[in-house]
Design a protein. Structure first.
Length: 311
C-alpha cells in the first residue's frame, strides 16, 4: 500500500509543478504581448529616427562613409551654440531645482491627502508638460514687445529701469538669456514632481532618533536629511538640465536666428548653406546624443543611490 501511495504523491507534485511553470510562462508571454505595442512605438518613432539622424553625420551627400563631417564640432560658431545651450540649461536647472526644493520643503508641512498638496501635485503635472508654441505665445502676450505687462510698465514709467539693461521694451524675451524666463515655467514643476517623493521618504523616526541623542533641527537637516536627499536632489538637477538642453519648440517660437544647438540643427536641415561640411545636422545630433547619454547615465546612478533610502 505504501509503495503504491508514494508514486502517486510524487506524480501529483510533479503535475502541480508543471502546471505552475506553465502558468508562469503564460503570464510572461502575456506581459510581453502587452508591451509589444509600446516596443513597436519606441523602435519606429524613437530608435529608428535617432539612428538615422546620428548616422547621417557619417556620410557625404554622395552616400560615402566619412569621418570628415566631425570637423563641424571644431567650428567656433557651433561650439558657441553648445556653450549657450549649456548655459541656459545650467541656469534654469539650478534655479528650478532650488525653487522646486523649497516648494517641496513647504509642502512637507501640509497634509499628504490635503487639498493644497493635491492642487500643487495636479498643477505641477500639467505645467511640467506645458511648453512649446503655446508657452511662447503666453509669454509674448505677457512680456513681449506689445505684451500686457510691458505696456503697463511703459505707462508707469518703469520700463527704462527694468528693460534697458537687456534691450528695448520686451526685447529680452527674444534673446538667448530670455529663454530662462519661459523655461523656468516648466522646470520648477518638474522639480516638484521628481523631488517630492524623496522628501516624502524621510522617516519621522530619524528625526526622533536625532532628538533623543540631543541633536538640534539644524543637526538633523545638515547631518541626516541633506546627505540622504543629496543623490535625489542632484539626480533631479541633472534631469532638469537634460530637459532644458533638449527643448526646442519654445525656443524656436521665440528666437528665429538660432543661438542654441537645437535651433542650429533646425537651421542645418532647412538652410541651403552649411559651415563647410556635409550633413552637419547629423553631427550636431550626435553631440546632443552623447551629452544626453552621459546625463542619463549619471541620473541613473544617482537614482539608484537615492532609492536605498526610499524603500
Amino acid at each position: 500500500m505504501t509503495a503504491a501511495t508514494v508514486p502517486t504523491r510524487t506524480t501529483t507534485a510533479t503535475a502541480t509543478t508543471t502546471r505552475g511553470a506553465g502558468t508562469s510562462s503564460r503570464r510572461r508571454s502575456a506581459v510581453w504581448l502587452g508591451l509589444l505595442p509600446f516596443l513597436v512605438y519606441v523602435v519606429l518613432f524613437l530608435a529608428v529616427p535617432a539612428v538615422l539622424a546620428v548616422g547621417s553625420g557619417f556620410f557625404t551627400n554622395a552616400g560615402a562613409f566619412t569621418f570628415d563631417n566631425l570637423k563641424a564640432l571644431a567650428d567656433p560658431q557651433i561650439q558657441s551654440q553648445f556653450l549657450a545651450s549649456f548655459g541656459v540649461s545650467a541656469v534654469t536647472a539650478i534655479i528650478g531645482a532650488i525653487v522646486g526644493a523649497v516648494i517641496c520643503f513647504a509642502l512637507m508641512g501640509t497634509k499628504p491627502d490635503g487639498m493644497l498638496r493635491s492642487v500643487v501635485d495636479s498643477a505641477s503635472s500639467v505645467l511640467a508638460q506645458f511648453g512649446g508654441v503655446m508657452l511662447a505665445f503666453a509669454f509674448i502676450a505677457l512680456i513681449g514687445f506689445n505684451g500686457i505687462l510691458t505696456k503697463l510698465l511703459v505707462q508707469a514709467g518703469l520700463t527704462s529701469n527694468i528693460f534697458n539693461s537687456f534691450g528695448h521694451n520686451g526685447a529680452l524675451l527674444y534673446q538667448i538669456p530670455g529663454l530662462v524666463i519661459p523655461y523656468l515655467y516648466f522646470q520648477v514643476p518638474l522639480m516638484v514632481l521628481t523631488f517630492m517623493p524623496a522628501m516624502e521618504g524621510l522617516k519621522a523616526t530619524w528625526g526622533e532618533a536625532n532628538a533623543t541623542l540631543g541633536g538640534t533641527r539644524f543637526t538633523y537637516w545638515t547631518r541626516i536629511a541633506m546627505p540622504i536627499l543629496a543623490p535625489a536632489f542632484f539626480g533631479s538637477l541633472i534631469l532638469l538640465f537634460a530637459n532644458a538642453f533638449s527643448s526646442y519648440a519654445t525656443a524656436a517660437a521665440l528666437i528665429s536666428q538660432g543661438g542654441i544647438i537645437t535651433l542650429s540643427i533646425k537651421q542645418q536641415l532647412t538652410s541651403e548653406t552649411v559651415v563647410g561640411v556635409a550633413n552637419v545636422a547629423g553631427v550636431l545630433a550626435l553631440g546632443m546624443v552623447i551629452v544626453m547619454v552621459v546625463l542619463m547615465g549619471l541620473y541613473a546612478l544617482l537614482q539608484r543611490r537615492a532609492s536605498r533610502w526610499q524603500r
